[in-house]
Design a protein around this ligand. Sequence first.
Ligand SMILES: *Cc1c(COP(=O)(O)O)cnc(C)c1O
Length: 377
Amino acid sequence: MIPFNKPYLTGKETQYIEEAVKSGKISGNGMFTQKCQAFFEQKYGFKKALLTTSCTDALEMCAILANIQPGDEVIIPSFTFVSTALAFVRQGAKIVFADSSPNHPNIDVSKLEALITPKTKAIVPVHYAGVACDMDEIMRLSEKYNLIIIEDAAQAIDSYYKGKALGSIGHMGAFSFHETKNIIAGEGGMLTINDAKFIPRAEIIWEKGTNRAAFFRGEIDKYTWVDTGSSFLPSEVIAAFLWAQIEKLEDIQKKRLQMWNCYYENLKDWAKNNEIELPEIPDFASNNSHMFYLVCPSEVHRSRLIRYLKDNNILAIFHYQSLHSSPYYSNKYDGSLLPNADSFSEKLVRLPMFYELDVEKVISAILLFHDKVADSL
Ligand SMILES: *Cc1c(COP(=O)(O)O)cnc(C)c1O
């Protein structure tokens, strides 16, 4: 069976974990954490990077930092993972769901301004599949209406908008190192801060509401409880694992791009002949090859394709149920219909994508799909 995802190990993970354990400093914010953070700050131009235990946690930190209060409105796409909404729901925000573009799962920026009210506090663009949202337009709205922009860059490591790293453009950003992402730590994430005024408070929230980070730098002579917060920082064991991945980042990205291009080149004629759409990368965006997906002409068609692949020992999956129609939120939702989000919900399918994948095998199976099942469609 070809799985949908297989976590890739670079080979150095256990060695670095052993080093972390033997160093005697296993809790958070040690040598490996600082190495990882410094790497990301330098390579991608974040003003501050803080490792977290997940992207979900990084988003929760963003919601606290943005000072989201009950009744505040936060605009997020409906076609996204639960965590994007959850962080703000926990602060009591009203979620205003935005539709996707007709031709891309990313938020439709042309319809964004109409969703802004005097209660709007923040917009959370999600860079779906690691492909940038139109950040110039989003930052224009941010300035015009004084809104905080939080990039959900969970899938967007090593990806760019007009040459600027994703996660470095909004006031803050959140990344994931979950085992399904490009570089991994099992469970793990990162908060990035680009507006320096949020940095001191971010460090405090990260360390259980204490000023311990400043204490360890010798800036104050005792540490104490100064604010709200939680235990958002991962242990050195996680950071050591992540460092092994960072060392191979370039190699991983090169390999993923080769596979992505292989999918694209080999499937484009087949897709055209069968009314299937392949991913679009706008001119302003780079491709970090996080994901390769297809958009089928109908839900029935998608189910057929997934079943056909399964019969051929290939696991393809779909996601997300639009959040505005989820069991948790649908009875609270009073906004308009979001046809594009619903359409991607029904028609999008993700193909296997991981470092050790035999992509040719998946391609040859897919190319025979219509021959084999056209009659039953
Ligand atoms: C993976 C993902 C998350 C959650 O990341 P975790 O590290 O598992 O918390 C959030 N948003 C998006 C868009 C994701 O793809």
